[in-house]
Design a protein around this ligand. Structure first.
Ligand SMILES: Nc1ncnc2c1ncn2[C@@H]1O[C@H](COP(=O)(O)OP(=O)(O)OP(=O)(O)O)[C@@H](O)[C@H]1O
Ligand SMILES: O=c1ccn([C@@H]2O[C@H](COP(=O)(O)O)[C@@H](O)[C@H]2O)c(=O)[nH]1
Length: 241
C-alpha cells in the first residue's frame, strides 16, 4: 500500500500522560501504550522524523503535593520522574513493533537512558530513530507542554502536535462546560489573550516566539496523528496569521 505524502519532515508529538492510564485510575495501561506506539510507528513509516514528549499526569503532578502543603519543588521532581517511567513504557511498546527509538532524559540517569543534548537528539532523528524526551524540561514549575515547546524549538520541529484527552481547543474546558464550542484555527496570541487553558502559557509563548504551529487533537482517535501529518484537518490549529 502506498504511504500518504507527509506535509512535515520533522514533528514533535506531545502525548498525554493522563491518556496512558486508559480506564484505570492510575498508571499505565499497556494496551493504550501499544496503541500510541502504533500511531507513532505509522508516522515514522511515512518517513517523518518524530520526537515525542510524554506527560506524567497518569502518575504524578507536583501541584498535588503543593495542594496538600508539601514542597512544590520535590513534587515537581516526582512529576518529572513520572514522565521518565512513561517514556520507558512507550519506548518498550515502540520496540515491540520494531521501531528504533531512544529515550533522552533532561535529568541524568545514565544507567537507564541517555541524557538529553540537542546534538544527540538531532543525531538520532537524522538516523530515523524516534526520540522520546523524558524528564520534562528538567526544571520545576514547568510542565511537559513547556518541554514540548522547548524540545520542538531545539530540534527545529515544523509543528507541535498535542495529542490530549479532548479533540481540540474550546471556548472553555469542554470537560467542565458542555456548552463550550471548538475552534478550528487560532493564533498563538488569541490562545493567550482568551486564556484557553488547554496548554500552559509558557509553552504557547515559546511556540509563538519560534513561529511553531501547534495542533491540538484527540490522542484517543486511532490514526489521527498520521492523518494530521498527511495534511488532513483534525482538531484545532494554532498558527501565526
Ligand atoms: N479551552 C480549553 N479547550 C480544550 N481543553 C481545555 C481547555 N481548558 C482546559 N482544557 C483541559 O485541558 C486538558 C489538557 O490538559 P493537560 O495538558 O494537563 O492534559 P494532558 O494532555 O492529558 O497532559 P498530561 O500529559 O499532563 O497528562 C484537556 O483534557 C481539557 O480538559
Ligand atoms: O519541565 C517540567 C515538566 C514536568 N514537571 C512536573 O512533572 C509533572 C508531570 O508533567 P505534566 O505536564 O503535568 O504531565 C508536572 O505536573 C510537574 O510536576 C516539571 O516540574 N517540570
Amino acid at each position: 500500500m502506498t504511504q500518504p505524502t507527509p506535509v512535515y519532515k520533522r514533528v514533535l508529538l506531545k502525548a498525554s500522560g493522563e491518556a496512558l492510564m486508559g480506564e484505570q485510575g492510575f498508571g499505565i495501561d499497556v494496551t493504550v501504550a501499544d496503541r500510541m506506539a502504533g500511531d507513532i510507528a505509522e508516522v515514522r513509516a511515512m518517513g517523518v522524523q518524530v520526537g515525542v514528549v510524554v506527560g506524567g499526569g497518569n502518575i504524578f503532578r507536583g501541584v498535588a503535593v503543593a495542594s496538600k502543603g508539601g514542597d512544590r519543588v520535590t513534587g515537581d521532581h516526582m512529576g518529572m520522574l513520572a514522565t521518565v517511567i512513561n517514556a520507558l513504557a512507550l519506548a518498550t511498546s515502540l520496540r515491540k513493533l520494531g521501531v528504533d527509538c531512544e529515550v533522552l532524559s533532561a535529568i541524568s540517569m545514565p544507567e537507564i537512558c541517555q541524557s538529553f543534548s540537542q546534538r544527540a537528539a538531532l543525531h538520532h532523528l537524522e538516523r530515523g530513530k524516534v526520540v522520546i524526551f523524558a524528564g520534562g524540561t528538567g526544571n520545576p514549575f514547568f510542565t511537559t507542554d513547556s518541554a514540548a515547546a522547548l524540545r520542538g524549538a531545539e530540534i527545529g520541529a515544523q509543528a507541535i502536535l498535542k495529542g490530549t484527552q479532548v479533540d481540540g481547543i474550546y471556548s472553555a474546558d469542554p470537560k467542565k462546560d458542555p456548552t463550550a464550542t471548538r475552534f478550528d484555527t487560532l493564533t498563538h496570541e488569541e490562545v493567550l489573550q482568551k486564556g484557553l487553558a488547554v496548554m500552559d502559557v509558557a509553552a504557547v509563548a515559546l511556540a509563538r516566539e519560534n513561529s511553531i504551529p501547534i495542533i491540538v487533537f484527540s490522542i484517543h482517535e486511532k490514526g489521527a496523528f498520521a492523518k494530521i501529518v498527511a495534511g488532513e484537518v483534525r482538531g484545532t490549529i494554532v498558527k501565526d496569521k
